[in-house]
Design a protein around this ligand. Sequence first.
Ligand code: NAD
Length: 504
Amino acid sequence: MEPALDLETRPEPVTGYDAREVRHFIDGRFTKGKSGLTFENMSPVTGRKIGIVHEAGAADVDDAVSAARRALKGEWGRLQLAERTALLYEVADEINRRFDDFLEAEILDTGKPKSLAAHVDIPRGAANFKVFADTVKNVPTETFNLDTPDGRGALNYGLRKPKGVIAVISPWNLPLLLMTWKVGPALACGNTVIVKPSEETPLTTTLLGEVMNKVGVPNGVFNVVHGFGPDSAGAFLTAHEGVDAITFTGETRTGEIIMKSAAVGLRHVSMECGGKNAAIVFADCDMDKAVEGTMRSVFANCGQVCLGTERVYVERPVFDEFVARLKEGAENLKLGRPEDSDTNLGPLISNEHKQKVLSYYRLAREEGATVVTGGGTPDMQGSLSGGAWVQPTIWTGLDENARVVKEEIFGPCCHVQPFDTEDEAVRLANDTQYGLATAIWTENLTRAHRVGAQIDVGIVWVNSWFLRDLRTAFGGTKHSGIGREGGVHSLEFYTELTNVCVKL
Ligand code: NAD
């Protein structure tokens, strides 16, 4: 999976996507940009360098914004809805045609198991273009007939217009999927975009530039600038006055900084931020389902899923059994190279993130946790020894106010705590500053509805996890976000409504 690294001797110029030298994609062209800055892209699997990435300076961001503004007024802006949505279908089809290229790029950047990326990241990344193309075709706008004193009345109708140039700031955990979750609806609504992918995962977003060119999306409609947040591409982009709205997925702290930028010019923001999600396991659950679902919600993508579970509350009569079975499941996870078919746990995204997760592993001990399993680093052999590997970890016995129970860790770990009553479970699940997701495991349907309605989150799952109908609202309450995306809810953010009032 790792390309040979020989930057000095490789032929120039590179005109398209190249994992070894990643360029910006501005106005339909791949470019090194003007800043002269680069940074290294490291493999989470081995800790070795995969390639270099050109870092955008303010001038590069300015070029991208100018291209996006021009494109709004050009051919793209004149396309009819049917033409625009047909193009987005072609984008999805072309991603699927180049499925293996996207898969390789995503795995290089993230180290996640191929089986996961092949079933979730790439297909969902492609699907986002079709789902939102369908949505915009099928959503009516409102009309009202108004009575007037002369008896003739007036007709009001809404017109949905693109918002303009959208800045998309995306994270590293599901790079293609979460980026297209924003780019899909933005383009379907007729906007143009500038994406700043995470510095950890530049590849699939860049590769999407080739797809856009191949299917004939006009230049400047989809742009990519690379770099970091502060004093780099992220900050330059979100502060740029030519950007009309900012859609962000990432940490709550970063979201707060971006909101300050967006305040200048009263620009609209959509924020999908962190979580500290609970699972509630009732004694009347189907234990096989609850264990299997919690295994996924805690350990999928090495725990780096915003919707993942880090707090598990289990009704006391089944607590010991549940913990024992979760422990057995965690100890049977197979860490390994992404391409090995039996690998089901990859590394964390980077050695820096590994240090953060390990600091919580240490903190858990200091705070008095019982380490049920894990709690350290696995013994990885050969080239894997330099990778960002940590052990899947389960704790019990922590106080509810322990930092490990309160703060988002974003690793393959959870704390399991017993409860005695339904009210107590609801109180514990809600006792967090976050409000993204909760999974409830019970075979009692009345209880499921009753408890589900009391949880302060954007999404409640009953007897499932990560089951997403893309037509439904997605987002978080409290520190987990602002606004909802998904289905028609995305249109609220990606369009402006103009009411036309016609006196008859
Ligand atoms: P992050 O906030 O560190 O980075 C996200 C993006 O913001 C990156 O592209 C980064 O370069 C950019 N950025 C950072 N500082 C910036 C600044 N000052 N100005 C502009 N851009 C800036 O988040 P991450 O570590 O990439 O992702 C993990 C976090 O994302 C976790 O907290 C996770 O819960 C959250 N997340 C939330 C959702 C959701 O849907 N709610 C989905 C996935 C991840």
